[in-house]
Write a protein that binds this ligand. Structure first.
Ligand SMILES: [Zn+2]
Ligand SMILES: [Zn+2]
Length: 391
């Protein structure tokens, strides 16, 4: 492990920041106190700070020398609607909200890197530190981009990271190509004709049609998507009926699908529509399909080769080749950093949090970011900047 002593010395301060953020979690587009806290620290380091992109987003700029290179580093800062069940001192003070995904740690590590780089400036060019809102399901990255993120801060490339329980502590996992799946939601409303349960022939039963449809949708991955691809289609909600002896007029199905290629994403969406309409016609039931009815879907998190090589080299310089997994299995989870990777070449990697036995898995009410990796993440960011923008 090769962590500059000045970053080691920042460990206690980063832990303090991280635990402060953990105590006061804020959810999508409401990260106002979080943004103020982060912007205050960045201003204190002497950086130019911009607020308000994506409502609560914070972007700080640090330039040194006359190099033209511009690199963007991104941390997410939102929490989840989960009631924390930890009892330690820095547990959430906000009822029903908690940092169960470690975004408190991501913010603290990037602040640590900003603090170090502002003092040492051992690079030549421009660094943009992006603190984004609403990663959890609300596409804060997309909102920042729509608000002009990359016009105001024209980075050449962009980098992100996520802590990952069950990857050994301080190990990095990264590869070029897809790291995380695309994520889409769908809602299907089937409308038949309500009738007495004893006289089904006098109506059109939307429940039986829905049952057939749920089974038919299970064939999309097995019969329509190329077997060499990975994909999943899940129905996650069924809503219908109010009583024992009547067939309801309508059934609402909701679900999600995830995959690793644009072609599979389109195939699945098309097939959901085709199966739904064809099957419903046979049952005299009408169907309305809404794709991503509440929030935007997330694209595939796709790492470009050159930027993955840069990230790998920085990680190796910090933790050594033995602590690098170059062939991680891509996750069926998704990540809105994917929107930034659609705009700019870049790389997203996982930093091991250690065993999940004590720290639990992400989105668990007992989760707590492992403070031991704060200096490792900060040192990785610093190394990445120093190697991407050499003096
Ligand atoms: Zn999460
Ligand atoms: Zn997360």
């Amino acid at each position: 492990m090769s962590i500059p002593s000045e970053i080691q010395q920042l460990h206690a301060e980063m832990r303090q920041w991280r635990r402060h953020l953990h105590q006061f979690p804020e959810t999508a587009f409401e990260e106002t106190a979080t943004a103020e806290f982060i912007a205050g620290k960045l201003s204190g380091f002497g950086l130019d700070v911009h607020q308000g992109l994506g409502k609560t987003g914070v972007v700080a700029t640090l330039s040194t020398g006359d190099g033209a290179g511009k690199i963007a580093l991104r941390a997410d800062m939102d929490a989840l609607f989960i009631q924390e069940r930890n009892t330690f001192d820095h547990k959430s003070r906000h009822d029903g909200k908690m940092h169960a995904c470690g975004h408190d740690g991501h913010s603290a590590m990037l602040l640590g890197a900003a603090s170090y780089l502002a003092r040492h400036r051992d690079f030549d060019g421009t660094v943009y530190f992006i603190f984004q809102p609403a990663e959890e399901g609300r596409a804060g990255a997309k909102q920042m981009i729509l608000d002009g993120l990359f016009e105001k801060f024209p980075a050449d490339c962009v980098f992100g990271l996520h802590n990952f329980p069950d990857i050994p502590l301080g190990h990095f996992a990264v590869k070029s190509g897809p790291m995380m799946a695309s994520f889409d939601c769908f809602e299907i409303i089937l409308t038949g004709q309500a009738t007495h349960a004893a006289m089904p022939h006098l109506g059109n039963d939307a429940i039986v049609a829905a049952a057939q449809l749920i089974t038919a949708l299970q064939t999309i991955v097995s019969r329509t998507v190329d077997p060499a691809e990975q994909a999943v289609v899940s129905i996650t909600q069924i809503h219908a009926g109010q009583t024992w002896n009547a067939l309801p007029e309508s059934v609402v199905l909701r679900g999600t699908f995830r995959c690793f290629s644009d072609s599979a994403q389109k195939t699945i969406a098309d097939k959901i529509s085709q199966l739904t309409h064809a099957l419903c016609q046979g049952f005299n039931v009408t169907a309305e399909i809404k794709l991503n009815p509440e929030n935007p879907g997330y694209p595939i998190t796709f790492n470009t080769e050159e930027e993955t090589r840069m990230a790998l080299n920085a990680a190796i310089a910090i933790v050594g080749e033995d602590c690098i997994n170059r062939q991680p299995t891509p996750s069926m989870g998704s990540e809105d950093f994917a929107f930034m990777l659609q705009e700019k070449p870049g790389c997203y990697l996982w930093l091991g949090n250690g065993s999940s036995e004590n720290g639990c898995l992400l989105h668990n009410p007992h989760y707590d970011f492992n403070d031991a990796i704060l200096p490792i993440g900060a040192a990785y960011w610093v190394k990445l900047v120093e190697t991407a923008l050499p003096k």
